[in-house]
Design a protein around this ligand. Structure first.
Ligand code: 5GP
Ligand code: ZN
Length: 132
């Protein structure tokens, strides 16, 4: 598990600062976005610090931070939990029928503003395509 000082999402995900936790697994917490752009706007935040999705490397259960050494069996858990959370949130927020959008903004062109891995879960209205 990697913790980066002065990273707001590290602090939230590891409960150094309080936040309403919507859902929690071994590797993730889900919170409400502070500046929602949809009726339902949640952030799925990894507990371990990754600057972006590009830093996550799940080969044989390992990642660059050596999380396997600390956590034992990481094999497939990261991805399994992330996909599991999507279904769980869809049920919890009653959007299984209407659907939702997930977004991982990455670096400059992706519009990433917080450099700690997070997935946006957006629902409660329709979203255009292509995105702006
Ligand atoms: P990004 O632009 O990196 O894809 O998304 C960052 C998101 O984090 C933004 O939607 C922003 O509103 C949200 N955010 C930034 N700081 C905080 C915070 O301290 N608490 C919460 N709940 N959301 C935050
Ligand atoms: Zn962080």
């Amino acid at each position: 598990m990697k913790f980066k000082e002065n990273c707001i999402f590290c602090k939230i995900a590891n409960k150094r600062i309080p936040a309403e936790i919507i859902e929690e697994t071994e590797d993730f917490v889900v919170i409400k976005d502070i500046n929602p752009i949809a009726p339902i706007h949640l952030l799925i935040i990894s507990k371990s610090h990754y600057d972006s999705v590009l830093d996550v490397e799940c080969k044989d259960g390992a990642d660059k931070s050596g999380i396997t050494a600390d956590n034992g069996d990481m094999e497939g858990r990261f991805g399994r939990e992330l996909f599991g959370i999507l279904t769980s949130l869809a049920k919890k927020f009653n959007v299984e029928d209407k659907g939702f959008r997930t977004v991982i903004n990455t670096k400059e062109d992706g519009g990433q503003t917080v450099n700690h891995l997070h997935v946006h879960f957006l629902a409660g209205r329709g979203f255009g395509w292509p995105p702006g």
